[in-house]
Design a protein around this ligand. Sequence first.
Ligand code: ADP
Ligand code: MG
Length: 192
Amino acid sequence: MILLKDVSYEWEDGRTALKNINLEIKKGEFVLISGKSGSGKSTLGSVMNGLIPHYYKGKMKGEAFASGKDISKLLLHEVGHIVGTVFQDPRSQFFTTTTDEEIAFGLQTICKSRDEIKQRVEEVYVELDIEELKGKSVFELSSGQKQKIAIASIYAMNPKVLILDEPSANLDMKATFDLFLILEKLKKKGTT
Ligand code: ADP
Ligand code: MG
């Protein structure tokens, strides 16, 4: 599902973040990448979701494929249909002010009809078992609830691959456990 062949990446300032990375992640696999701060985990995520080379303009070597397609030859939004990303600070990716609108937002960008969107938002609340968050202002959510909505908004678009960057970093024990339950559901549905 994800294939990296001898990938190296140097940021614009000349700093090397990745060196000769070879990695294959098969469909449905659940992979944890760990390493100390600054070791290149987020950079690796950016190679897999296409921000490198489409948005960040450092120097990339090697090849990266998602679902068999060369990421560098796709448009960024095309990569986005395959690989969804929940960034480290979920607040940084909120575009709207309510949970319903937030889950609908991504669906609007992929041109779904009003009825389809409404139905999908309902489905997502049920499938991820987060119906208690329906119709809330995003400002009244806890960190854990924000994380759930961030995941739900990406999940709604049905990406084959989901990348979560340090998803439990800002969560307490209970919220971390809830997050694990959601990840388990996503894995059961075959998400890589
Ligand atoms: P991690 O996610 O494991 O903490 P990063 O991928 O963020 O590691 O960082 C790896 C290296 O790349 C670090 O040396 C970091 O300073 C550098 N780096 C990360 N993001 C950028 C950026 N946007 N511009 C320039 N250098 C960056
Ligand atoms: Mg990081």
